[in-house]
Design a protein around this ligand. Structure first.
Ligand code: ADP
Length: 160
């Protein structure tokens, strides 16, 4: 039976780094669910509806990739969707501690679900949605970081 893999995150907004990880996950798993966390405590710039909309546009060419939103524990979503694998991206050593803690917490909550880490292409290994937003405020050209429709959404959202 084909089981989906879940790639959870805040995706505020989706970047080429996230898209690179989705592509790599999709090469291994025929079905990938990109799950957008509501995460209100992170005070995202974009609403969850907008984050889902931008992601859907970004992956519209990938058959077998679904985008949804979720609130609560990712392992509960995984159980509901009968997924045994969570995908996370690892950029630098600085990601490791947080990702390691999260993976082990999820393993404690759901020992039957594994987290798999994928590394992006080197050119995206420094790219973060947080830094992207900081750069966008300063009016930088974002074309090597995000698709043009994400850049347009950022420019509309952020005052200059
Ligand atoms: P979080 O889920 O921690 O709120 P994000 O939505 O930004 O953060 O990221 C979701 C996942 O994608 C995380 O595993 C993060 O490490 C990974 N990720 C973010 N940006 C990149 C990138 N440029 N390259 C590879 N992985 C990334």
């Amino acid at each position: 039976m084909c089981q989906p893999a879940i790639y959870p995150g805040t995706f505020d907004p989706v970047t080429y780094g996230h898209i690179d990880i989705i592509k790599r996950a999709h090469e291994i798993f025929p079905e990938v669910i990109v799950a957008v966390a509501h995460n209100p405590h992170k005070k995202p710039l974009f609403s969850v509806e907008d984050r889902v909309k931008l992601l859907k546009k970004a992956v519209s060419d990938f058959k077998g990739v679904e985008v949804c939103d979720f609130d609560g524990l990712v392992v509960e979503l995984a159980r509901k969707r009968k997924a045994k694998v969570l995908i996370r991206g690892l950029r630098m050593l600085s990601d490791f501690e947080y990702e390691f803690q999260m993976a082990l917490t999820n393993r404690k909550l759901a020992p039957d679900i594994e987290t798999i880490f994928l590394m992006p292409h080197e050119s995206y290994s420094y790219l973060s949605a947080k830094l992207l937003k900081e750069t966008a405020v300063l009016g930088a050209d974002l074309s090597s970081f995000v698709p043009d429709f994400v850049e347009a959404a950022l420019k509309e959202k952020l005052p200059r």
